[in-house]
Each structure stands twice: as structure tokens, then as C-alpha cells.
Design a protein around this ligand. Structure first.
Ligand code: HEC
Ligand code: HEC
Ligand code: HEC
Ligand code: HEC
Ligand code: HEC
Ligand code: HEC
Ligand code: HEC
Ligand code: HEC
Length: 431
């Protein structure tokens, strides 16, 4: 009732404005027309409009009318998909907030009518981050299929969080738009070397693109090293030049931490708990700005620090933005190599497979097998743990080859602190 009233009032008040701009998209020139949706060659186009031929009713490719319908219809008949009147005069309901977890259906989100194949409006294929910028092959080929994997950014939780935190975000807003502005988003995957082709908008700066000038280079300079994509080619654009590569990478740390701050309490319906907070500052994680307190055994390109010993990683060096076959949105390809198998749990040592793509394990040190970590914890010159009273840490179990692994999650996680009984009685933050 309330929703119906509001929707109707929004439509009445915005009808005239929208009608005017729908026929004069030049008002948005330089922004909308530069966007992927506004492109006259590959932008929005619902080919099946009623019974009319492709791009019927005179609306050319890129026109606003392919997303916004006055009166929920175009010239009296409702084009496919026929879903009635919706907020913002969109052709369907913007977001179905009754759906609290995945799997999502096309009708749960306006964007899925296109970012899905085959779809009811306009089928658009997209790859995951590991493939678009990380040289992976295969993987999910639409945003809908990425969102329906093992782990995903829960759309209901993003919607709830954004309503409470960003003033422009309304009850009728779309959770995808917390990170994207559909009137501005550009085709980054096809122009990865040029940061002005950004696809994202920072939630607290929604009416601009993010990353056009705010890059990992401008914020961190040589402290940021782009990971490998394949061979000696670096992410995100396959260049061999570290400077050019970091200058093509948006500042994803600032982007992700506009929600994941050190203080925000964020509830996850999928995980059924509040999230750990993320602190990338010099008093937070070592993968962030905190200086290491020892040497590190890292693989190329991190083995020759141009910045001394204080690299800062981008969140998207390890995470996907939408969904993943691994838990916790972890990427399936990291630093130029696929993970050797999917990480389905954070129990045990299985997710050491992620660390393995950047850190040197026993295998490479010649003292054991792959994804075994005796060297860094016991044998390296500054290793944190002396080997005595094995059971105190390893428990009673274990086979002939060793005392058996300790769950990595006991010590390594965002914000994790591991007590280290070394000669100084120091503490070490272990992530
Ligand atoms: C009517 C169909 C349609 C709808 C609805 C739609 N998109 Fe798109 N979108 C497209 C097309 C077409 C492209 C450009 C295709 C390409 O790049 O191959 C695109 C491109 C994009 C891009 C730029 C990256 C890229 O792949 O080029 C982003 C980001 C994006 N869409 C997000 C959204 C979001 C968020 C929504 C919902 C608020 C949405 N889209 C709704 C059709 C649509
Ligand atoms: C890809 C689909 C798409 C296209 C194309 C599109 N819009 Fe939108 N528009 C949306 C969505 C989705 C919203 C709702 C925003 C939200 O979720 O908060 C919206 C919201 C709006 C609003 C409300 C204010 C705001 O920005 O949130 C106006 C005004 C608007 N659109 C005008 C236009 C005009 C004019 C054009 C063409 C120049 C256009 N739109 C093209 C999807 C689109
Ligand atoms: C938490 C933030 C966030 C949310 C929520 C989000 N995205 Fe994204 N999206 C990103 C980031 C980051 C990228 C990678 C940046 C790039 O492609 O340049 C991206 C990339 C994309 C791309 C381009 C992918 C490619 O490489 O081909 C599309 C299309 C897209 N998003 C659509 C959507 C849709 C539709 C939704 C909602 C179902 C959504 N996004 C929700 C952050 C988000
Ligand atoms: C608009 C706010 C917002 C932004 C921006 C955002 N997140 Fe989230 N994130 C959330 C919310 C809300 C949840 C809780 C729901 C859930 O678990 O998916 C979450 C959950 C997560 C999770 C746990 C996912 C799981 O398995 O349930 C990870 C990992 C994560 N975010 C990483 C990121 C990364 C990386 C970025 C930057 C690309 C980012 N987030 C940007 C709001 C945001
Ligand atoms: C070196 C790889 C790596 C980097 C870089 C990284 N993460 Fe994570 N992230 C992980 C792993 C592994 C987990 C699972 C362990 C945990 O929960 O801390 C995780 C978990 C998370 C979670 C879920 C925490 C929970 O409640 O369990 C969020 C949210 C998250 N990361 C956000 C971020 C953000 C934001 C950034 C960038 C500022 C970032 N991550 C950078 C590896 C990484
Ligand atoms: C994308 C590459 C990458 C991945 C994946 C990665 N790391 Fe790191 N890690 C680094 C880099 C680079 C450093 C050095 C940071 C610096 O210079 O401050 C580092 C530093 C560390 C340190 C600090 C060591 C010290 O002496 O202070 C720890 C602990 C660590 N990583 C643990 C892990 C664990 C556990 C995992 C797997 C869950 C992991 N890392 C995954 C790149 C990575
Ligand atoms: C203070 C805690 C601590 C003590 C005591 C300790 N370890 Fe460990 N050890 C670790 C940690 C942490 C790891 C890394 C996680 C893992 O792989 O289990 C590890 C890893 C190992 C590994 C490689 C993983 C595996 O299980 O195959 C071996 C072998 C090992 N330790 C042997 C020993 C032996 C033998 C002793 C006793 C003589 C011992 N450790 C005592 C903390 C300890
Ligand atoms: C009892 C706590 C504990 C457990 C359990 C543990 N670690 Fe560690 N780990 C540490 C500490 C302490 C360091 C020393 C680095 C530091 O200063 O943070 C470390 C360092 C590391 C490093 C960085 C090595 C380097 O210098 O390049 C990696 C990678 C790592 N651990 C992986 C793992 C993996 C994988 C597991 C699970 C199989 C695991 N750890 C279990 C405490 C632990």
C-alpha cells in the first residue's frame, strides 16, 4: 500500500523530467553516452519490444527507454518482460528484498534481466575478475551465475547496509548500484589499461566513477605491486611494466573499505554472523599498511620489493567482487596461477592453497610437500615457533610424516593476532 503510493508519486513527479531526457539523451553527454549502457554500438537494446521489430518505437541502441518505461509501458503496450509498473519507471521491480540468500532468479533483480544468458530482455555475458583481469579461463560467464556460486556478496545484506549508510540509496534502490552507477559505468574489461574506463562508483560517491584518477598508483605508488596475470605479464592489462599496471588498477582498498571499515558492524545472512572488521592501516593487517616484523618468503613478483618490506595488497588480489566457487569470495586464480582445487572450507589447512600462490611452502624449500608449512613456522631464520613439546600446538594426533597440521584459521584471518613466544616475547599479527 505505502510502497504503491510512493511508487506512483515518484513516477508522477519524475515523469516529465524523465520524458524530457528520454528524448534528449544529450543532457547526459560526456557521461551517459560514454557509459557502456549508453553506447550506440554495444549499449542497452531490448530487441523484442512488443510486436515491433528490433529497436522498435524509434528507440535506438543506448536509449534510456530500454531500461525506463513511462507508465510501465511504451506507447500503450508493455514490452517484454511484462512486469507492470515499477519504481524509477524501470521495466521491472528493481530488487526483490524478500529473497534473503542465493540462488537468485532473473526476476529478483532488474539487472539480471540482461546480465544473464539466456535472458528475457538482452543477454549480456560477463566474466569474473579472475578471468577479466587475471588471465583465468572458464568460470562463470554472467553476473547472475557468479552470484549463484558457493560464496557471494549477499544482495539483501548489501541493500540493508546501504539503506542505513548512504543517503542517496532509497528503499527502492538496487544493491548492485551500491557499487555501480548504471548511468556512468564503462566497459573496463575491454579497456583494462585505461583507468578512465571505470565500471564502479564508490558507495559514498555514487554520482561519479571511482578509480579514474584514484588508483593503486596514486595512493600507494611502489608499495603496490600488481600480481602476475600469466607468465611475466601483470594484472590488470597484461603489461610487463609495474608502474603502468598499478596506474591501471583502481584503488580497490578505498573502494571496499568504504563499507568494510575498521568499525562498521556488518551482518551477513549467508554466514549467519557479523563480519570481522577490516583494517588496512599501519596498525591493521600486514597485507595492508602494517610493516612486517620479519623477513618473508614470497614468490615473484613480490620477491624483490621496490619499497623495502612494506607491500600493500589490493582486496581484489585475493577476492572476487560478486561470487566465487571458493568460500569467502576468494579468487580461483591468484598471482598468475589457478588454485589447485576449490577452497570449500576454512577449517583445516586446505585454504593454505591460497597462500601458496604468493608464499613459499616446504615443497619449494625442499623440506616437505606442497601446502605444508613447517619451513616458515619452524625452520626459517626468523621462524616464530621452536620445535619442542609438539603436542602443545599440534595436539595429540598426527601420522609418521609429522605431527599433523594445525588449522590455519586459528591464527591467520583479518585482524588475527598470534601470540609468539620468541626471545622477545613478542606479539605478531599473522595476516
Ligand atoms: C537492458 C539491458 C541491461 C540492463 C537492464 C542492465 N544492463 Fe548493464 N549492460 C548492458 C549492456 C548491453 C552492457 C554492455 C555490454 C558489454 O560490455 O558487452 C552493459 C554493461 C554494464 C557494465 C559495464 C561493464 C561491461 O560489462 O561493459 C556494468 C558495470 C553494468 N552493465 C552494470 C549493470 C547494473 C548494475 C545493472 C542494474 C542496475 C545493469 N547493468 C542493467 C545491458 C543491461
Ligand atoms: C541499464 C539501465 C538504465 C539505463 C540505460 C538508464 N537508467 Fe536511469 N536508472 C536505472 C536504475 C536501475 C535506476 C535506479 C537507481 C537506484 O537503484 O538507486 C535509475 C534511476 C534513474 C533516475 C533517478 C535518479 C538516480 O540517478 O538514481 C533518473 C532521473 C534516471 N534514472 C534517468 C535516466 C535517463 C535520463 C537515462 C538515459 C539518459 C537513464 N536513466 C538510463 C537504470 C537505467
Ligand atoms: C561490492 C561491490 C559490488 C557489487 C554489490 C556489485 N558489483 Fe559489479 N563489480 C564490482 C567490481 C569491483 C567490479 C570489477 C571492476 C571492473 O570490472 O572494472 C565489478 C564488475 C562488474 C561488471 C563487469 C564485469 C566484467 O569484467 O565483465 C558488471 C557487468 C557488473 N559488475 C555488474 C553487477 C551487477 C549486475 C551487480 C548486482 C547483481 C553487481 N555488479 C554488484 C563491484 C560490485
Ligand atoms: C556497499 C557496501 C559494501 C562494499 C562496497 C563491499 N562490501 Fe563486502 N560485504 C558487504 C556486506 C553487507 C556483506 C555481508 C553479506 C555477505 O556475507 O555477503 C559483505 C561481505 C563480504 C565478504 C564475505 C562474503 C561471504 O562469504 O559471505 C567478503 C569476502 C567481502 N564482503 C569482500 C569485499 C570486497 C573484496 C569488496 C571490494 C570489492 C567489498 N567487500 C565491498 C558490503 C560491502
Ligand atoms: C592475501 C589475501 C587477501 C587479501 C589481500 C584480502 N583478503 Fe579478505 N579474506 C582473505 C581470506 C583468506 C579470508 C578468510 C579468512 C578471514 O575470514 O579472515 C578473507 C575474508 C574476508 C572477509 C570476511 C571476514 C569474516 O567475517 O570472516 C571480508 C569482509 C574481507 N575478507 C574483506 C577484505 C577487504 C575489504 C580487503 C582489502 C582491504 C581484503 N579482504 C583483502 C584473504 C584476503
Ligand atoms: C597475492 C599474494 C599473497 C597471497 C595470496 C598471500 N600473501 Fe601473505 N604476503 C604477501 C606479501 C607481498 C607479503 C609481504 C607484505 C609486506 O611487504 O608488508 C605478505 C606477508 C605476509 C605475512 C607477514 C609476514 C611477516 O614476517 O611479518 C604473513 C603472516 C602472511 N603474508 C600470511 C599469509 C597467509 C596465511 C596467506 C594465505 C591465507 C597469505 N599470506 C596469502 C602476499 C600474499
Ligand atoms: C608453538 C607451537 C608449535 C609447536 C610447539 C610445534 N609446532 Fe610444528 N607447526 C606449528 C605451526 C603454527 C605450523 C604451521 C601450521 C601447520 O602446517 O600445521 C607447524 C607446522 C609443522 C609441520 C608442517 C605441517 C605438518 O604437520 O606436517 C611439521 C612437520 C611440524 N610443525 C613439526 C613439529 C614438530 C616435530 C614439533 C615438536 C618437536 C612441533 N612442530 C612443535 C606450531 C608448532
Ligand atoms: C599457531 C598460530 C599459527 C597457525 C595455526 C598457522 N600459522 Fe602461519 N604463521 C604464524 C606466525 C606467528 C607467522 C610468522 C609471521 C608473522 O610475523 O606474522 C606465520 C607465518 C605464515 C606465513 C608467512 C610466511 C612468510 O614469512 O613468507 C604463511 C604463508 C603462513 N604462516 C601460512 C600458514 C598456513 C597455510 C597455515 C595452516 C596450514 C598456518 N600458517 C598456520 C602463526 C600460525
Amino acid at each position: 500500500m505505502f510502497q504503491g503510493l510512493l511508487t506512483r508519486r515518484f513516477i508522477l513527479s519524475s515523469l516529465i523530467v524523465l520524458a524530457a531526457v528520454l528524448s534528449a539523451p544529450s543532457l547526459f553527454a560526456g557521461t551517459y553516452l560514454d557509459s557502456a549502457h549508453g553506447s550506440s554500438s554495444f549499449g542497452v537494446l531490448r530487441p523484442i519490444i512488443g510486436n515491433a521489430p528490433p529497436s522498435g518505437f524509434g528507440y535506438s541502441q543506448g536509449n534510456c527507454a530500454h531500461c525506463h518505461e513511462q507508465h510501465g509501458s511504451i506507447q500503450g503496450s508493455e514490452p517484454t518482460p511484462a512486469t507492470g509498473v515499477a519504481a524509477y519507471e524501470l521495466f521491472s521491480q528493481n530488487f526483490n528484498s524478500a529473497v534473503k540468500t542465493n540462488p537468485y532468479a532473473e526476476s529478483d533483480n532488474f539487472c539480471f534481466y540482461c546480465h544473464n544468458t539466456p535472458s528475457s530482455a538482452q543477454s549480456v555475458s560477463n566474466n569474473d575478475y579472475s578471468r577479466s583481469f587475471g588471465c583465468a579461463i572458464d568460470g562463470p560467464t554472467t553476473i547472475l551465475s557468479a552470484m549463484n556460486l558457493t560464496s557471494y556478496h549477499n544482495l539483501f545484506d548489501i541493500w540493508t547496509f546501504s539503506k542505513a549508510n548512504f543517503s542517496w540509496f532509497t528503499d527502492y534502490s538496487n544493491p548492485c548500484n551500491a557499487c555501480h552507477n548504471p548511468h556512468l559505468a564503462r566497459q573496463n574489461w575491454n579497456n583494462a589499461a585505461d583507468p578512465t574506463f571505470s565500471a564502479i562508483s564508490k558507495p559514498d560517491d555514487h554520482f561519479n566513477l571511482w578509480g579514474t584518477t584514484e588508483t593503486m598508483d596514486t595512493t600507494y605508488n611502489t608499495k603496490y605491486q600488481s600480481p602476475y596475470c600469466s607468465g611475466n605479464l601483470l594484472e590488470p592489462a597484461g603489461s610487463t611494466d609495474p608502474a603502468a599496471s598499478r596506474a591501471s588498477t583502481p584503488d580497490y582498498v578505498a573502494f571496499c573499505t568504504s563499507c568494510h571499515t575498521p568499525t562498521n558492524t556488518i551482518y551477513s545472512t549467508s554466514l549467519n554472523r557479523d563480519l570481522k572488521t577490516i583494517d588496512w592501516s599501519s596498525t591493521g593487517d600486514k597485507h595492508g599498511l602494517r610493516v612486517m616484523d620479519g623477513s618473508v618468503s614470497t614468490k615473484p613478483p613480490y620477491d624483490t620489493p621496490s619499497s623495502g618490506t612494506n607491500f600493500v595488497l589490493s582486496c581484489l588480489d585475493c577476492h572476487e567482487p560478486h561470487g566465487s566457487e571458493n568460500v569467502m569470495l576468494l579468487r580461483r586464480r591468484v598471482n598468475g596461477a589457478n588454485l589447485s582445487s576449490a577452497i570449500t572450507s576454512l577449517d583445516g589447512n586446505g585454504w593454505g592453497l591460497l597462500c601458496l600462490n604468493c608464499h613459499i611452502d616446504d615443497d619449494a624449500n625442499g623440506s616437505g610437500g606442497a601446502n605444508e608449512w613447517e619451513y616458515v613456522h619452524h625452520r626459517a631464520t626468523d621462524a616464530p615457533y621452536v620445535q619442542k613439546q609438539c603436542g602443545a600446538c599440534h595436539g595429540g594426533g598426527g601420522g609418521p610424516g609429522g605431527p599433523g597440521p594445525i588449522p590455519c584459521m586459528n591464527c591467520h584471518y583479518h585482524g588475527g593476532v598470534a601470540n609468539r613466544a620468541d626471545s622477545n616475547g613478542d606479539f605478531r599479527i599473522a595476516f
